[in-house]
Ligand binder design. Sequence first.
Ligand SMILES: [Zn+2]
Length: 408
Amino acid sequence: MKLLLLLLFLPALIFAQSKEEQRLLKKADKIHARAYTVDTHADVPINMMEIPGFDIGAKHNYAEDGTQIDFPRMKEGGMDAMFFAVYLAQGKRTPEGEAEAKANALKIFQSIHDAVKKYPDMAELVTTPKEGFATHKKGKLGVFIGMENGWPVGHDLANLKLYYDLGLRYITLSHSFNNDLSDSSGDPEGGEHGGISKLGEACIAEMNKLGIIVDVSHISDSAFYDVMRLSKAPVLASHSSCRALSDVKRNMTDDMIKLMASKGGVIQINFVSDFLRKPSEEVMISIRTLRMQAMKADATPEDKQRINAELRQLKYKYPGEAPSVKTVVDHIDHVVQIAGIDHVGIGMDMDGGSDVVGCEDVSKIKNVTIELLRRGYSEKDIRKIWGENTMRVLAAAEKVAADLKKSH
Ligand SMILES: [Zn+2]
């Protein structure tokens, strides 16, 4: 009888459900039209540097080439601004190595500047919330710049001003290996400074003076606690998720999230699959092996593209393990529960390993918004998550820098 009733009402049920979905989509459209949405970690410069002929002004197809970001898809998705990453895999910590890192970093800055110059009608380089909002008002996309790995700073802190003047507004102190500034959560040898080094301390002080946000993603737990003690300005974890939900070292513990929040900081949820849901040992080994290959100094762009394609294939090989937008919002829910709505944002890590079913590229970010709406988040909450919290941290970094200048 029950089954019969269900069968009888099924069409109506499906109709009601799809109507509800349509209502949510409409609401998400409205929110994206009004909100200022910012993602804090975009690795598209890797594609700009390494894929021959990659054109950020042309629309690409994720299913065909695996790329996740370009200006047309940002526009389509309702993504108003992204922090493009000046990313360098850790290399030799020698004067020569540092000089090479600096030269390569400058090349990446140049390619970002060239990209916005090539498409002045689509995008602008932005460095402050004010500039970001003004660009948005003109109907253009904003490109902020962050640096992933402080290695190109070398031992000359004057480089910070050089990068700042090129538009840099955050630095992830280390990448997956220790450097001269900080220990990394990923170094197979463990820590070597016990957290932040002396040089790292001086670097943070200088970053505070300039208004460059300290990014605590990738660094070791001890380094994180050092940053909490050292930074005069609120910080970001530009692309990290919750360790309570996926127990990997790249993620933040509840204690870390709460402490960072108590100092005004924000955790930007990362969409890399193993940071969202801890994979089985079998998958973890594949991921680790492939990533290590990609980070090798002699890995060619072709090698890296092949490795990325293999990483993407894992989700089809092990479909049960692939996280969805629901998993993403589980992480957002978790931060909201332990630290409050003012301390969570989004740093998808697209073109750097982001791999979520339902949000395959930047044109699909509304699916995250829809899931937030489904769980009862208000427009006000969603605006905070999608950008206002991040902009608050950037404004605070500016304010601390201005105050430090005045006190001198
Ligand atoms: Zn990263």
